[in-house]
Design a protein around this ligand. Structure first.
Ligand code: ARG
Length: 466
């Protein structure tokens, strides 16, 4: 029984692949989503082929029309993908050639090796741009929440133990900073994604006089100064997936940041903290305990880091033993790359949506921030200002804390006499240290959670993100 051969096998092969081989090797079930970029790449390639005389004008137009029509059908969900044609590239090309016989000229001086490298780069470029937009929206959401609660103080924590008071906005802006570094990394990665590999052929370019720069310009492979970006080594171009690794690494770090934000929200939404209330639409119930309201979005944001890290490891492992140049192993890059992009984009969007629907429990925050122990360091600073070496001041305040604990008092309930009993350096102004408002006014170093500084940072971010 002789099966009809897919285009990549005609001529050389006696027949089609065995059914289980076709199933094992196909990628169209997942790489179909590259269709838009595959078509764009083919159009640019065709235009160039016309410029160098391989295609006539009317042939080019027939190909463009055919590709456009196929694109519309794919978008409408009417295109029939055939697994026996292996991948998105051959599905589209075969259908084009069936409809427009001159489509048989389209693959001139092109291999699926440079074609797939091109498609992934085009696709990833768009994903990065979209992700940067998603991140900016999350940053703006954090800034807005900070602005709306600009007077709210909470305890800052180290070791998850109360440390020193901070504005809630300061805590939220810490994430804005992290996310900004993520954006920088993604932009940096974008500059290496944004290089055109087409014209590299299967491994060794082509003997035909291709105009690589024209294709690159048509597809927007130019740097910020408008300089055309072309890969400079055909062997590297068809086997390089560093840009995908970089994206997955930047994505993994973004996932870490989202996970930490999620963890803070999970803690804050617990009865123990009770700093925030997440709107019902962004929480879920328990199938057994009727009273439960669970922060599942935040938990999934935290949980999904696992697959994002896994994707990075998969890609690194995939590449490490590959001999030059293209090997079919590389087909395994796409699902990992897609999954990272889908996961970090969805998580970023959902975290923003949840934060837009989260209310701060101001009285509870105020009560927690009013814990005078948070200002123990300020008391030591007070002694330093009186001339005491810090190490001694630290010791003295430690003794004050122990005394308060022994007497069952809060730090600010100790009398001046009790303080002076521990150390005579304490003056009448010592207890003034526990005024939270003045304490916050004093923290005005760059990057500190002082009243003026936090307002300044909020304004800076508001401006930068607008
Ligand atoms: N589906 C393939 C991939 O994703 C396209 C390239 C196939 N190239 C080849 N020489 N078989 O990598």
């Amino acid at each position: 029984m002789k099966k009809k051969s897919p285009i990549s096998r005609s001529g050389r092969f006696a027949g089609g692949p065995a059914a289980d081989v076709a199933q094992f090797t196909e990628s169209v079930s997942f790489d179909w989503r590259l269709w838009r970029h595959d078509i764009l790449g083919s159009m640019a390639h065709a235009e160039m082929l016309q410029k160098i005389g391989v295609l006539k004008k009317n042939e080019l137009h027939a190909i463009i029309r055919g590709l456009n029509k196929i694109g519309l059908e794919i978008r409408a969900g009417k295109f029939k993908w055939k697994p026996e044609l292996e991948d998105v590239h051959m599905n589209i090309e075969a259908e084009l050639t069936k409809r427009v016989p001159v489509g048989a000229k389209l693959h001139t001086a092109r291999s699926r090796n440079d074609q797939v490298a091109l498609d992934i780069r085009l696709w990833l470029r768009d994903e990065i741009t979209a992700l940067l937009g998603d991140i900016a929206d999350l940053q703006r959401t954090l800034v807005s929440l900070g602005e709306k609660n600009s007077d709210v103080l909470i305890p800052g924590y180290t070791h998850l133990q109360r440390a020193q008071p901070v504005y809630l906005a300061h805590h939220l802006l810490a994430y804005v900073e992290m996310l900004e570094r993520d954006c920088e990394r993604l932009w940096d990665c974008h500059s290496r994604v944004n290089v055109c590999p087409l014209g590299s052929g299967a491994i060794a370019g082509s003997t035909l006089p291709l105009d690589r720069a024209l294709v690159a310009k048509l597809l927007g492979f130019v740097d910020v100064n408008g300089k055309v970006q072309l890969t400079q080594n055909s062997m590297d171009a068809v086997s390089d997936r560093d840009f995908a690794v970089e994206f997955c690494a930047a994505g993994a770090l973004l996932a870490v940041h989202l996970s930490r934000l999620a963890e803070d929200l999970i803690l804050w939404a617990s009865a123990e903290f009770n700093f925030v209330k997440i709107a019902d639409a962004y929480t879920t119930g328990s199938s057994l305990m009727p009273q439960k309201k669970n922060p599942d979005i935040a938990e999934l944001a935290r949980g999904k880091t696992g697959r994002v890290f896994g994707n990075l490891m998969s890609l690194l492992t995939l590449l490490k033993g590959l001999p030059m140049t293209y090997n079919r192993d590389l087909q395994e890059d796409k699902e990992r790359l897609f999954d990272t992009a889908d996961t970090v984009r969805a998580t970023t969007r959902l975290m923003a949506a949840m934060l837009k629907n989260t209310k701060v429990n101001k009285p509870v925050c105020a009560c927690a921030a009013a814990d005078p122990a948070l200002l123990a360091t300020d008391l030591a600073d007070y002694l330093v200002k009186k001339g005491m070496p810090f190490r001694q001041a630290h010791h003295v305040v430690g003794a004050v804390v122990a005394l308060a604990e022994k007497n069952g008092k809060r730090l600010n309930q100790l009398t001046l006499a009790e303080l002076q009993d521990v150390n005579p350096t304490f003056g009448r102004d010592a207890l003034g240290v526990f005024n939270l408002k003045t304490a916050m006014a004093k923290r005005n170093l760059t990057g500190a959670p002082g009243t003026k500084e936090v307002a300044k940072q909020l304004a800076r971010w508001r401006e930068q993100l607008s």
